[in-house]
Design a binder for this molecule. Structure first.
Ligand code: AMP
Ligand code: MG
Length: 317
């Protein structure tokens, strides 16, 4: 299959209406979208990504009214967060209605819903008047794409169209939240920080993992977001002979050899926006190893560390 790249919303819309997959820009990372009401279309998302079908997908809507037929209830505390953060990088896990098929939810009774702020995706959703199912537009387990050329590198020949909406504004996946015992909990750290949620809620939402919650989230898989080049946390040991590129948040004059910087101004937002693009770039340098410094464990640093630990876990001895 030939993969075209363009900025034509009408072409994207046509493919989606025909039941094909299209890579779409969002404010977090690029998504691989298909008509959520068309089972064959959704199955081709899993096929293109090599993603296990047990792994549930996020449904994207233009706004809450569009989502209501697909869910049983939108709890009042979620309405508060919706008002504060949506459209934006926040995904809500809620009870699904009977309209949502189990091929979307991996057989679970809950569904993940999100309202993206990207104008291209907003326009597509309004025109389609139905949800798009869209996980990140990468091959399963690999680094997420934050521009059209990242998508092309991984999915060329596997999908018909990449809608090029430029570089993603946030660069990290959405924060996934749910409700347990009437309290908001975080299933995946992402673009909306725990601190921002705390300000809106009046308490710090707990972070839950798969073992505790019994919920399946691909972001919880131990090995994920991995580069092809073995990736390690920390600095390159001084006497190591292997070639390596080192990544740090800001400039570090003590580093010798290939060195990539995520934010000249030492800002977490800028580092988050550049993180995946820098990993893609580092991966293409032909080095034997990548070393990256973990971030401060607060704000967006939490989400970035989470991705780095899962990527590094793949290469840990
Ligand atoms: P991505 O694959 O990067 O789009 O991320 C989508 C995330 O949402 C994955 O980690 C999914 O496992 C997660 N997800 C989707 N639906 C659900 C659900 N019903 N319960 C828990 N996590 C979900
Ligand atoms: Mg993903």
């Amino acid at each position: 299959m030939e993969t075209r790249v363009g900025q034509d919303l009408a072409v994207a819309l046509q493919y989606l209406m025909q039941g094909q997959t299209v890579a779409i820009p969002t404010e977090t990372v690029y998504g691989l979208a298909a008509d959520a009401n068309n089972e064959d279309a959704v199955l081709s998302i899993f096929a293109a990504k090599n993603r296990p079908t047990s792994n549930p997908l996020i449904l994207h809507f233009a706004d809450l009214p569009q989502a209501l037929p697909y869910i049983n209830e939108f709890p009042s505390v979620f309405k508060v967060l919706y008002k504060e953060f949506c459209p934006g990088p926040l995904t809500f896990i809620v009870e699904k209605s009977s309209v949502v098929s189990s091929f979307i939810t991996g057989g679970q009774q809950t569904v993940a819903i999100r309202f993206s702020a990207h104008p291209f995706l907003q326009k597509l959703l309004v025109k389609l008047d139905r949800p798009l199912a869209a996980p990140s537009a990468n091959l399963y387990g690999q680094v997420s794409p934050t521009n059209a050329s990242h998508v092309y590198q991984q999915l060329n020949g596997r999908i018909p169209y990449i809608l090029d909406g430029g570089s993603c504004e946030h660069g990290l996946e959405s924060t996934i939240i749910g409700l347990q015992d009437n309290k908001v909990v975080i299933f995946r750290h992402g673009g909306i920080t725990a601190e921002a949620l705390q300000t809106a809620l009046g308490y710090i939402p707990e972070t839950k993992n798969k073992e505790e919650s019994g919920i399946l989230t691909s972001g919880m898989v131990k090995y994920h977001y991995a580069t092809q080049t073995p990736l390690y946390l920390g600095f390159k040991p001084i006497h190591e002979k292997d070639t390596a590129v080192q990544i740090t948040i800001t400039n570090n004059l003590e580093i010798e050899g290939p060195h990539l910087i995520l934010s000249n101004a030492n800002l977490l937002e800028e580092a988050a926006r550049n993180l995946y693009a820098t990993l893609h770039h580092a991966d293409g340098l032909g080095m034997q190893k990548i070393y990256i410094q973990p971030f401060i464990d607060s704000g967006l640093g939490k989400a970035m560390n989470d991705r780095l630990f899962r990527a590094a876990a793949k290469f840990a001895k």
